[in-house]
Design a protein around this ligand. Structure first.
Ligand SMILES: Cc1ncc(COP(=O)(O)O)c(C=O)c1O
Length: 401
């Protein structure tokens, strides 16, 4: 997105503000669809957790996306955005049977990832089609916190427990119409992805009534110029061949499902912040901004990289800065990073701020959550107001004891 537009937005809406490029989201959706155009039936279910603003969900709906949700609240958001229940996959982990019953009542597609719930659900709802999340025991993903398909992970039902799954299906006569895996985020090596897919195909053979196979997500996006990323076209070429061959072997045209978050929205996001203080110490120059890990936790949570540009002086001489927040604990966004010379009042822009940024924001230190702005076809729309003190007090019951 052009820097002048971002600067205008920072003037119009203030800082801190998240900005999303709707056309980039569309382009990513088209890129993934095109890479798998050789598959007869493809379904892309956007992972709501990445960025759950309802206007973003509506934009993706217009493109033909479905949704991947992990909580009943995300399901409700999807329904509110106009998705049909049949377009929503619900993939919870460790939630109560009551929540799963509620999802069943709402009519969304349930993806079950443990034997206990599978047995209970199958006994009660033998005619409701469900998907099963398999754990393929593959170590994949950019960081241990986002690698979820390995043997010690809490996610999915182990492939070694497939006989138990089959016994439950036999006993309850339940209807399993999909099989799913998600091994982790930031998977660079498509061979790892293909390897896990082979395990999924092997497992899928044992289920007789499948309509789809869901390969989850985990595509790595670039975080700076020249950075490595998952080669979607190569993955598309290779997986399409294998998927089509599997369908032939299975004797049915199944739907290939993906549930990308980062791939669709990460690069579309920009986080605009203002520099409150430039603080020179004996060892470091800190640029302290009007935000913290309350608004963007990824660097502190899993050491993620966000490229930072000084929009107010983008062609200035570069110097080293540690960019930090205003939180009462260490909240470092970047250590000794080369950035064009920073003055107090400058606007710093964080890139790759679309996925897992606003959706992980909190009110820690009783700060307001930022505003969100969508830019689409050269028009700017405020899609979430900045919070006010009223929001901080909302739901609090003041009791004098
Ligand atoms: C089950 C599931 N599907 C999809 C995603 C989206 O992954 P990504 O943002 O890497 O595309 C996640 C991320 O945590 C996930 O847990």
């Amino acid at each position: 997105m052009e820097q002048t537009i971002l600067l205008q937005i920072s003037e119009q809406y203030g800082c801190p503000t998240y900005v999303y490029d709707g056309n980039k989201i569309e382009a990513q959706f088209a890129k993934l669809s095109n890479a798998f155009s050789g598959v007869k039936q493809l379904k892309i279910n956007y992972a709501v957790k990445a960025l759950s603003n309802i206007s973003i969900l509506k934009l993706l709906k217009k493109k033909g996306s479905g949704l991947d949700t992990v909580s009943i609240q995300e399901v409700l958001l999807g329904l509110e955005a106009g998705f049909e229940p049949s377009e929503i996959m619900y993939t919870p982990n460790g939630v109560s049977m009551e929540e799963i019953e509620e999802a069943a009542r709402l009519g969304v597609h349930i993806n079950i990832d443990n034997l206990s719930i599978l047995e209970q659900f199958g006994a009660k709802h033998p005619n409701t089609p469900v998907c099963i999340r398999i754990n393929p025991h593959v170590m994949a993903g950019g960081n241990s916190n986002i690698s979820v398909g390995h043997i010690d992970s809490k996610f999915g039902i182990s492939i070694h427990q497939t006989p138990h799954i089959l016994r439950i299906i036999e006993n309850t006569k339940m209807h399993v119409n999909g099989i799913h895996m998600h091994t982790g985020s930031d998977i660079l090596d498509i061979e790892v992805f293909l390897y896990a897919s082979e395990i999924l195909f092997e497992t899928a053979k044992q289920f007789k009534n499948l309509d789809f196979i869901d390969f989850g997500s985990g595509f790595k996006v670039p975080y700076k110029a020249g950075d490595l990323e998952t080669d979607i076209d190569e993955l598309g070429e290779k997986l399409t061949v294998r998927f089509n061959a599997f369908c032939e072997e299975y004797g049915k045209d199944l739907t290939l499902v993906f549930e990308p978050g980062k791939f669709l929205v990460s690069e579309a996001g920009y986080f605009l912040t203002k520099v409150n203080v430039v603080k020179q110490t004996t060892s470091t120059v800190f640029a302290q901004i009007d935000s913290g890990f309350n608004h963007l936790i990824r660097p502190m949570l899993y050491n993620s990289y966000h490229h930072i540009i000084n929009l107010s002086n983008s062609s200035g001489k570069e110097r080293f800065y540690s960019v930090v927040g205003y939180i009462c604990e260490t909240d470092t966004f970047a250590n000794n990073r080369k950035i064009a010379e920073i003055k107090e009042g400058d606007i710093l822009c964080f890139k790759n701020a679309g996925a897992y940024c606003f959706s992980m924001a909190s009110n820690y230190n009783s700060r307001y959550k930022p505003a969100e702005v969508l830019v689409y076809n050269n028009e700017t729309h405020l899609i979430r107001k900045r919070e006010t003190f009223k929001d901080i007090l909302h739901n609090q019951k003041i009791v004098e004891v």
